[in-house]
Design a protein around this ligand. Sequence first.
Ligand SMILES: [Cu+2]
Length: 69
Amino acid sequence: MASKTVKVPKISCGHCTSTIEREVGELEGINFVKADKESKMVTIDWNEPPVTWAQITALLTEIGYPAEV
Ligand SMILES: [Cu+2]
């Protein structure tokens, strides 16, 4: 299992964190996703395969919450 914590600067409220948790959580292979509105950090644990970090960050960008690189 892989794990990463990234900053998502566009997080501004609880709706943002729920959207991220729901959308990322729907990907196959995601074990855990937690977004924090104070720190704007998102922690994700996943299994690779079936999902890759590139796919996760692509999804974040697609839903309007790109991760900071
Ligand atoms: Cu929001």
